[in-house]
Design a protein. Structure first.
Length: 202
């Protein structure tokens, strides 16, 4: 399977949009090529966009991390650097995202748009990647440091992005979560069931 593509951004506002990609990956069907990417670069990233306070708060959290004396601080001064750090420090002893996507593909729920890496700190995770199936089901997989953190991450996402709770399911297995999000006009229940059953085999 191809490695997830990383997003590159160049401004604080674009950073907020990159953080919003976690919702996009697990949410609404993209209607045009302009909305297909979780984030864009440069001035295009700010066109017609409104920053969500929760996403701005997450950016501020990243900024505080970057200002620390930790040896990895320099690599966290950009969203791209943060994602690279997360990709290089994935947790061990839990279900890997690659295995989840492989199981979903085998079950007939393949991710055809993606996978793309997202900023995991938004979900309190160590590593997150996601995309969409051909029928528009949003799929996001997050790896956590422990099962307890995975449960806490699920609760945090459900609270922060409550507007999606009616069409989104988050399944926890060990320290890995699988987020499945349909659309208001198409809940995609059968695809969710297939994906959940595939996840349960891992």
């Amino acid at each position: 399977m191809n490695h997830p593509r990383r997003l590159t951004v160049s401004s604080a506002f674009a950073s907020a949009l990159a953080l919003a990609a976690l919702v996009s990956a697990s949410g609404c069907k993209r209607e045009s090529s302009a909305s297909a990417a979780p984030a864009t670069t440069g001035a295009a990233a700010t066109t017609g966009a409104v920053a969500d306070p929760a996403h701005v708060a997450a950016v501020e959290t990243l900024d505080r991390m970057a200002e620390s004396d930790d040896s990895a601080a320099a690599s966290m001064r950009s969203i791209a650097g943060r994602m690279q750090y997360e990709a290089e420090h994935r947790p061990t002893g839990t279900i890997k995202a690659e295995d989840v996507f492989a199981a979903l593909a085998k079950a007939g729920v393949a991710v055809t748009d993606g996978p793309r890496q997202y900023v995991a700190v938004v979900a309190g995770a160590e590593y997150c990647v996601g995309g969409q199936t051909a029928d528009g089901l949003g799929v996001a997989v997050c790896e956590y440091a422990s099962a307890d953190k995975a449960k806490a991450g699920k609760a945090a996402v459900e609270k922060r992005f409550a507007q999606l709770n009616g069409v989104r399911d988050i399944v926890v297995r060990g320290a890995t979560t699988l987020t499945l999000t349909g659309r208001p006009d198409a809940p995609l229940a059968s695809s969710k069931q297939l994906a959940s059953a595939a996840f349960a085999t891992l």
